[in-house]
Design a protein around this ligand. Sequence first.
Ligand SMILES: NC(=O)c1ccc[n+]([C@@H]2O[C@H](COP(=O)([O-])OP(=O)(O)OC[C@H]3O[C@@H](n4cnc5c(N)ncnc54)[C@H](OP(=O)(O)O)[C@@H]3O)[C@@H](O)[C@H]2O)c1
Length: 240
Amino acid sequence: MEIDGKVAIVTGGSSGIGLETIKLLKKEGATVYFTGRNIEKVNKAEKELRCRGFVSDVRNSKEIKRVVDEVLKRQGRIDTLINNAGVYYDGQFAEETEAQTREMLETNLLGAMNFTKAVLPQMLKQEKGSIVNVGSIVSYGKNPGIATYSATKYGLRGFTYALRNELKGKNISVSLVNPVGTKTDLFRHSKKRGRGLLLQQAVVPAKAVLHAIKTGKAEINLAPVRAYELLSLLRRLAKR
Ligand SMILES: NC(=O)c1ccc[n+]([C@@H]2O[C@H](COP(=O)([O-])OP(=O)(O)OC[C@H]3O[C@@H](n4cnc5c(N)ncnc54)[C@H](OP(=O)(O)O)[C@@H]3O)[C@@H](O)[C@H]2O)c1
């Protein structure tokens, strides 16, 4: 799908990969709306990006509906949805709080599913649309210390492929972009803060998101899957 002149919603657009994606979308001529939870961050991003942001939590279906209704009122259409909002907690699963487990599942997986549910009727009516889910290369790993986060990203991969097949012939593409370690605020709660491999700038996965919209490709991995699986195995062996 061409991006020029299109209407896009980016969830979690107030920082990191979402923010960089919005910059690129705007550069290519899209009208972009975004969401975030933190009002200061949303206000700051609105000024920087010069586009409308909503303080809206993807865990809340009523708030999702408010955003979708408002965009439709202003634009009459939604061409692309980028399900990017995400949170990350690591550590031993037995020590993870129920609130952390819930927050990851409800944001990273259920939030993306519910936002998709809210825009799909419009895309079906338009007989055109593009949905891009921001997953993670960890959906090919078996990494200890991120059981719930991995579950959300494995889940998002399954959701993407199943929905993609369900929508075949409807002119609506569903794609998955799997970033590798990226320098953003995502790891601010990490117990291993500052460690690990933060390899990429946020603009790299952002470019992949635009590529997914343009080509409708099923999946874009920001690292070769086989190499990642091997790295994941070597890390597990090193821990023994
Ligand atoms: N950074 C990496 O290494 C990496 C690797 C693979 C995949 N990813 C994925 O990339 C996506 C973007 O993450 P990022 O790295 O750019 O991190 P980030 O800078 O922390 O951005 C996350 C965004 O999501 C928003 N958000 C979080 N919970 C939300 C909720 N319940 N409702 C609405 N917005 C919410 C945040 O807004 P608030 O701050 O206001 O909550 C923020 O705008 C995530 O899905 C993440 O899992 C990142």
